[in-house]
Design a protein around this ligand. Structure first.
Ligand SMILES: Nc1ncnc2c1ncn2[C@@H]1O[C@H](COP(=O)(O)OP(=O)(O)OP(=O)(O)O)[C@@H](O)[C@H]1O
Ligand SMILES: [Mg+2]
Length: 253
């Protein structure tokens, strides 16, 4: 049975979609069969970041409605073997139309075919997020190292705990050592304290994430930067390996 991981945040733009794409590719490189679900109806973006917008025809809504099979709707990545994308319905109204039990059944079907299912959620704790998060096996809250995003992460954690989620970790994204040293960013220990969550990983600021996201390129194939290494470390940790926090990663000054 596969494991469903809801990737969430309090504040928007913290790096959830980039995290999903980076970690999914890293999991595939470790031999896992991965399904990415875009749960951001209306504002879906994983297809763009993965360079797959011309391939997606059916959404998770079509699978629930029976208009498409999961196999047909979950389209293969053009380069990364074992990676598939199931996109969100095109409008928010459509996405809102599915109830919690339909989402739970969709995730169960996905568990039967994939070893990891990463759900790229919209920001905040709206009903679309909670419908997915309540039926996930674990959740990762992605935050940047600033007080606004960390407060959002803490609030998100409280909501998820109240919904019964007990496997909850934070990933701190866009970290720059220089900013922490100069007090312009919160240090990692303080970030964990403020968010009230254990740490899954740290991802450095890396302009290759922006460039690859804009060009729809796979980070691991087109970058020698440290974000790529950080996503790989996180993938190994998700699989239960013990990996040092910044193994192979240097934070820019
Ligand atoms: N580690 C990083 N280094 C540099 N830029 C990054 C990093 N992570 C994400 N970004 C950039 O930050 C922006 C927002 O990232 P992304 O779209 O992944 O966030 P999001 O949390 O999914 O946003 P939303 O809440 O709108 O769905 C993008 O331009 C992305 O390229
Ligand atoms: Mg996103």
């Amino acid at each position: 049975m596969g494991q469903v991981i809801a990737v969430v945040s309090g504040k928007g733009g913290t790096g959830k979609t980039s995290f999903c794409a980076g970690v999914a590719v890293a999991l595939c490189a470790l031999g896992e069969k991965v399904l990415l679900i875009d749960a951001d109806s209306g504002l879906r973006s994983l297809d763009l970041v993965l360079g797959m917008s011309d391939r997606v025809l059916f959404s998770y809504g079509d699978v629930i409605d029976g208009a498409s099979s999961l196999k047909e709707a979950a389209v293969k990545h053009p380069i990364v073997k074992n990676l598939r994308l199931l996109t969100a319905p095109g409008t928010q109204e459509t996405g809102m139309g599915y109830n919690e039990w339909q989402i739970a059944a969709l995730l169960d079907r996905a568990r039967a075919h994939f070893t990891y299912i990463l759900v790229d959620c919209p920001a905040g704790f709206g009903s679309e997020v909670m419908r997915f998060a309540r039926h996930a096996d674990r959740a990762v809250v992605v935050s940047t190292p600033d007080h606004t995003a960390l407060r959002g992460a803490q609030r998100m954690g409280v909501q998820l705990c109240a919904a019964g989620m007990d496997r909850l970790r934070i990933a701190v994204n866009r970290v720059r050592a220089g900013m922490i040293d100069k007090g312009g960013a919160v240090n990692i220990d303080a970030a964990m304290d403020q968010a009230g969550m254990a740490l899954l990983g740290v991802i450095p600021e890396d302009r290759d994430v922006i460039a690859c996201g804009n060009l729809g390129r796979v980070l691991v194939l087109f970058s020698s930067g440290y974000a790529r290494v950080a996503y790989a470390n996180i993938a190994r940790r998700l699989r239960g390996s013990r990996v040092r926090l910044l193994e192979g990663v240097r934070l820019k000054k």
